[in-house]
Design a binder for this molecule. Sequence first.
Ligand code: NAD
Length: 282
Amino acid sequence: APGAHLIGLVGAGIGPSLSPALHEREAHELGLRYQYRRLDLLDLGIGPDRVGDLLAAARLTGYTGLNVTHPVKQAVIAHLDSLSEEAAVLGAVNTILFKGGKAVGYNTDASGFARSAMGGLAGARLDRVVLLGAGGAGAAVAHALLGIGAGHVQVLDLDADRSARLADALGAHFGRDRITAGPAGDLASALDGADGLVHATPTGMAAHPGTAVPTALLHPGLWVAEVVYFPLETPLLTAARAAGCRVLDGGRMAVYQAVDSFRLFTGTEPDADRMLRHFDAL
Ligand code: NAD
């Protein structure tokens, strides 16, 4: 029906996702007809290799668009007609819009982190930033940091090939002197004299307890931003607060990512502050 939006979230094991509640509540507040459904590959009994079939089915059955998460953010790209600049540079998509017979991919994790950092780290120095984790979230963060003017980003990952590939892709776009890669073992020397640290590995989630950053490396001149948001207060953030660091949790990135997807799906500007309050209450 005109004016009604049907959205799907595609991923594996997405039962706990807060996205359906976050999107549907905001749509309700705005008086929009909006349904946000989980399309869980595990429930559907299909593998990531069938994501093209799922996209075709969603298109055919009138979906407005899709959010896409682990493990198909890269795999969906082969099934899209075009990509936003960010999604193309990152090689990862978290939002798909079906429009005029075309499927267009976007990456609102990058814009979500940028907005979160501009608000939550306003005025902080960005001359030398260390990024730990070069996976999907780390790539989006790196793009965001360079986009908002970070002087230099050093990317470290246990998988040194992964950090090298990310630095290569973003260096080609933003300038090779602005992003370099190294092994995770370089963390101590990288943090010495750095302005900020963004943690973008899964460490700190229930399934990956602990912290990837030895507490002794935290110093008061360092700001620390977290991408993990489940839980919001990770052992890293607790340690960073205790060490006198300015901190930013992963919640705002998650909410602003949803804000930007919602705008793409509906063409309507959601109330970001209301969505933040709703997220805090969930
Ligand atoms: P991923 O698996 O794609 O990437 C994680 C990377 O971290 C891998 O490259 C891995 O080698 C590296 N790594 C793991 N442990 C490490 C360590 N100790 N030192 C250095 N590198 C290490 O995962 P992802 O999709 O990028 O997700 C990472 C986290 O970000 C998850 O907790 C996810 O929930 C969160 N996330 C948050 C948001 C948000 O909006 N706040 C958005 C996306 C993802």
